[in-house]
Design a protein around this ligand. Structure first.
Ligand SMILES: Cc1ncc(COP(=O)(O)O)c(C=O)c1O
Length: 457
């Protein structure tokens, strides 16, 4: 028994963690062998640095994935609540995307030509309908969409700074890898890899939900734009307090600052993300990951007014080497995949299903927390939900960071993975896709409950 109900005994946690680590190793000989080989050729043994965020002693190598199931190289099947950290929010290899990609690759031909296709125009119109912004362009990642929009905003505004919220994540964008330090002042995020310049020279950073700090930071009128997720999702989920999003818009209006909503993850709120769900009025929206069914893409949309300022700027080179655009961006393959995803997969009906399962997942986790009197919270944002090891919903990035507990997290990730459930290796995020079923959610609740019973009873 813990000393008080719901309290974790560390010695027991360590023992259980060892047991789960050993089980992981024993169950995945082929993944272990592939990792040993990969270490001889791949930097850190992984094709991309985030894949080094291990749940076990070595990464799980996978063989195939369909819908919300992944099969690993040892033949084990997982219910996937990670969904490629949102890249596969449409499910793995959705049929409509396969058909569209096949038609583009095989029948019509031409993956990338640096020429436009009709599909791109269709996708622009659909994003316009969903997010309410008239003009769109494409990138290959959400990172690049953010990078390019920041440049265009700085140019249009002739102002040097951008503003972000502490503990945000907007991709590997230099200006955003900055936090509010322990002394309340901006500092480069610990671990920031080789920044070109100290990001405090390019960026103002304040805590999410802190209207006063935001007002003070925008007052000098030298901030070109605020880049934000309407709900923070990369440090657990941090919701806005009532009125905060309105206050951000009002302060931007008062100080002539542009507002960019990064909807890459908050897309889980509905077909048009938080922008549509809450009737927000950003000057630009950026998005990526899910909208092409897993094929790499990023997109950005801007208002009529911002478009006119960008296109009317005689000093800006927007068609060659001015710092915006990429050779493969807007390619025919990604455009075809995005059209199929938005037209046939991530539809209104699909979101209704995904969001109802997000609610069921949240209720399931909450019931387990109540049963064992565990003082943690779970927060839902549409089709996404995440529990956090603190008693109250965090309201700032730094509050949420303080609730991190690496040992409990590793135990829960491994316990669930060893029983066929895969949640996002970063923090405790779970996402529903059109293929997720109520039975999958109930299975998670059951396994999560068993993990806590082992720990607490
Ligand atoms: C809100 C947000 N914006 C942008 C990105 C960057 O996406 P990508 O790594 O696909 O460029 C991420 C990635 O997690 C994200 O969460």
């Amino acid at each position: 028994m813990g000393t008080v109900p719901g309290e974790i005994e560390r010695a027991r946690l360590r023992a259980l963690l060892e047991r789960e680590r050993a089980r992981y190793v024993a169950d995945h000989p082929r993944s272990q062998e592939l990792f040993a080989r990969a270490r001889a050729t791949l930097l850190a043994g992984v094709p991309m640095s985030f894949m080094g965020m291990l749940t076990g002693a070595f990464p799980l190598s996978f063989e195939g994935a369909h819908g919300n199931r992944i099969v690993d190289v040892d033949g084990r099947t997982y219910i996937d609540f990670c969904l490629g950290d949102t890249g596969a929010m449409a499910g793995h290899s959705p049929a409509a995307v396969l058909d569209a990609v096949h038609e583009r690759l095989q029948t019509k031909g031409g993956i990338t030509t640096m020429l436009p296709t009709e599909d791109a125009t269709w996708v622009g119109a659909e994003l316009q309908r969903r997010f309410g912004l008239p003009y769109w362009q494409f990138a290959l990642t959400a990172t690049d969409a953010n990078r390019w929009v920041l440049r265009m905003c700085r140019m249009a505004q002739r102002r040097p700074y951008v503003l972000v919220f502490s503990e945000c994540y907007h991709g590997t964008v230099d200006e955003t890898i900055v936090v509010v330090g322990p002394d309340g002042r901006a500092m480069a995020k610990p671990g920031n890899v080789g920044p070109q310049v100290d990001p405090t020279q390019t960026t103002r950073v304040v805590e999410f939900n802190d209207v006063e700090a935001l007002a003070a930071a925008l007052r000098p009128r030298d901030v070109a734009c605020v880049l934000m997720e309407p709900w923070m999702t990369n440090i657990g989920i941090v919701p806005p307090r009532p009125g905060f999003l309105d206050a951000v818009r009002a302060l931007c209006d008062e100080t002539g600052t542009l507002l960019i909503n990064d909807e890459t993850h908050t897309f889980s709120a509905g077909v048009g993300g938080c922008t549509r769900a809450y009737g927000l009025r950003p000057d630009a929206v950026t998005i990526g990951k899910a909208i092409a069914g897993g094929v790499p893409i990023g997109a950005y949309g801007v208002t009529e007014e911002l478009a006119a300022r960008i296109l009317g700027d005689a000093d800006a080179d927007l068609v060659d080497q001015g710092g915006v655009g990429g050779t493969l961006a807007g390619n025919a393959l990604a455009s075809a995949a995005a059209r199929a995803t938005l037209e046939q997969v991530l539809t209104e009906d699909a979101f209704a299903h995904m969001i109802s399962l997000g609610t069921a997942y949240t209720e399931g986790v909450q019931a387990v927390l109540d049963e064992y009197a565990v003082p943690w919270v779970i927060v839902q944002l549409g089709a996404r939900a995440e529990y956090r090891f603190c008693p109250e919903v965090p309201r700032t990035g730094n509050q949420s960071r303080a609730a991190h507990d690496g040992q409990i997290e590793e135990y829960l990730h491994l316990y669930t993975l060893n029983r066929g459930i895969f949640i996002t290796p970063f923090h405790n995020m779970a996402l529903m896709c059109p293929d997720t079923s109520r039975a999958d959610v109930d299975r998670h609740t059951e396994v999560f409950g068993a993990a806590l019973r082992q720990l607490l009873v």
